[in-house]
Design a protein around this ligand. Structure first.
Ligand code: FES
Length: 148
């Protein structure tokens, strides 16, 4: 049986983490290949529903990463995101998603090595938790079953 290859969606801000991920690539750092990046202007733009949608569409884990506190190019976007996700984390259990499947980090444009560590750490965590799946409920509607 083939080893479980987790699908991980990363929502990253354009200015810091995307550039850090690009630096990791141009520096030829080796890292787990399972992450697909979605670039957004700022972590403040990430609606928690984007994360739920990613799981509905087959992700086994999600990374959210942006500029370090006080470094946001839109001044307060990452502070808004941090507050929003502190509350959102409590709701994950309620919708059937193990909160360990959502990894938050701050990665600056010069931290290619840190991005590699985030990717490798997230991949190891999701691999340990196993695949996420959509169960079909009694009414024929898909229901996330991503709890461990
Ligand atoms: Fe990077 Fe706001 S621009 S978090």
């Amino acid at each position: 049986m083939a080893a479980f290859q987790p699908k991980i969606t990363a929502f990253v801000c354009n200015w810091c983490t995307y550039t850090g991920a690009d630096l990791a690539g141009t520096s030829r750092l080796q890292m787990a290949p399972e992450v697909r990046i979605i670039r957004l202007p700022c972590t403040g733009r990430i609606d928690p529903l984007f994360i739920i949608k990613a799981f509905e569409r087959g992700a086994d884990g999600v990374i959210v990463s942006g500029c370090h506190p006080a470094d946001c190019h839109y001044n307060h976007g990452n502070y808004h995101a941090r507050r929003r996700f502190a509350i959102f984390r409590d709701l994950l259990d309620f919708v059937g998603i193990d909160p360990r499947r959502v990894i938050f980090s701050w990665v600056s444009a010069s931290e290619g090595g840190k991005w590699r560590d985030v990717v490798d750490g997230a991949t190891a965590t999701i691999r340990e938790l196993g695949p996420c799946r959509t169960d079909t409920g009694d009414e024929g509607q898909g229901r996330l079953a991503c709890a461990s």
